[in-house]
Design a protein around this ligand. Sequence first.
Ligand code: 13P
Length: 249
Amino acid sequence: MRKKIVAGNWKMHGSLQQNAVLLEQLLNGMAGLDCELVVCPPYPYLPQVAGLLAGSQAKFGAQNLSEHHSGAYTGEVSASMLVDLGCRYVLVGHSERRALYGESDSVVAAKFEAAHKAGLVPVLCLGETLAEREAGATDSVVLAQLQAVIDRVGVAALSSAVLAYEPVWAIGTGLTASPEQAQQVHAVLRSRVAELDSVVAAGLPILYGGSVKPQNAAELFAQPDIDGGLIGGASLVAGDFLAICRAVV
Ligand code: 13P
């Protein structure tokens, strides 16, 4: 059985006080979950989150990292710094990083490699824009995003990674991919990996992200190739995030 994961991407939200309340509510409600619960706060709150989650089953990660080890890269944060702070996961290539900060497929692949080499679990985000979907290019876009990483690190590196399919048109818009649309893309991604290594493909968690809510989580997670979720807005509301976690089958 593949690992099931529900990860909250807080994006640029939170404060010391809000985080403390949210995490306390999550800790109080997470007993008996059938998935790994992960939160990805903004960098400055990682030590706070590490402290509050210590001794619990929950894991945490960062939303980004530098592709470089160290050096004159003002404002950047390296993989080893995230390891120092106790991160288990790191998001790589979120569509907001790609679109707003110009991260190309090759930069994303370099970040993936940096995370992998440091022992972090990269959560590689893949997804098409609305224009790309309407042009019938969804599969080719996500496969090219995946291929850039495989070309750099090899398929074996995916045995300690997670994929997250996040259609750009579904992020923060209230539009969700239908369970069938999401399943189709997840299956395409898994098949591509299986062509290279069937064992890696069978064990690779592929999360869905994009307007996941308590109301639509169960039908998404019921799909055979959807192994959990990457949750934005709803991860900031403890009751909603826990309800999504409980929808994992
Ligand atoms: P929303 O759940 O707010 O649509 O965000 C999805 C996302 O981008 C998670 O990384």
